[in-house]
Write a protein that binds this ligand. Structure first.
Ligand code: 3VV
Length: 163
């Protein structure tokens, strides 16, 4: 299989105050540190879950797959709006902030443990503050899950809730 690596991830440039997400915050020591970047005109997150994230031995727990699709969606929408605003990772501009309004997951096939999972996203703008990301999760070449995430630009009510 083609060896893939996410070189530049949107989570690498989240400001410190929003870099704590359990799924994708680089500052959360206990989290998954999911990283999402461009892959042509699609988006990609690559992640190999640790052994403890099992459902049935040998297979990944579905909630972890939902988390992957969730944070991949947030990161993908942030990448797309950042680019629409004329910015790319590394130009010093702060990326937009999104929260998840809706998450739907179809679990299509059992997802094996101990292989890198590849989430590939297609981003669609509904309007400037509302985006949709269709994600396919592959284990090697097998399509194991498909998800749809609706993202909304973070309302200011999320700020200063640090406890
Ligand atoms: C818990 C902490 C999270 C912090 C995140 C900080 C962001 C930092 C950014 C990056 C860091 C990385 C963080 C990654 C995080 C991973 C992703 C998550 O897990 S986020 C957490 C789970 N999500 C929530 O906790 C949202 C809770 N819900 C809300 O705050 C509101 O309900 C919200 C913002 C979603 C909608 O706010 P309204 O209801 O006041 O606003 P109205 O104007 O009515 O809706 C805006 C648009 O959203 C649609 N919408 C609302 N709910 C929907 C739904 N369930 N399904 C589809 N669309 C929905 C509406 O139809 C409307 O669309 P129309 O503008 O009319 O076209």
């Amino acid at each position: 299989m083609e060896e893939l690596k996410v070189e530049k991830a949107i989570q690498d440039i989240y400001p410190d105050d929003i870099a704590w997400c359990y799924g994708c915050g680089r500052l959360n020591d206990d989290g998954h540190h999911l990283r999402t970047g461009w892959h042509g005109d699609k988006t990609i997150t690559i992640y190999t879950p640790e052994s403890k994230y099992m459902g049935i031995p040998g297979f990944i727990y579905g909630g972890l797959i939902a988390s992957l699709i969730d944070c991949h969606g947030t990161g993908s929408a942030a990448l797309a709006l950042h680019r629409k605003n004329g910015h790319e990772i590394g130009d010093g501009a702060e990326p937009p902030r999104f929260v998840t309004a809706n998450l739907n997951v179809d679990f299509l096939k059992p997802t094996p443990q101990h292989v890198p999972l590849k989430a590939i996203g297609t981003v669609e703008e509904i309007h400037p503050k509302k985006w949709k990301v269709e994600t396919e999760v592959y284990a090697q070449d097998t399509l194991c899950a498909r998800g749809t995430v609706v993202l909304v630009v973070m309302p200011s009510t999320f700020l200063n809730k640090n406890d």
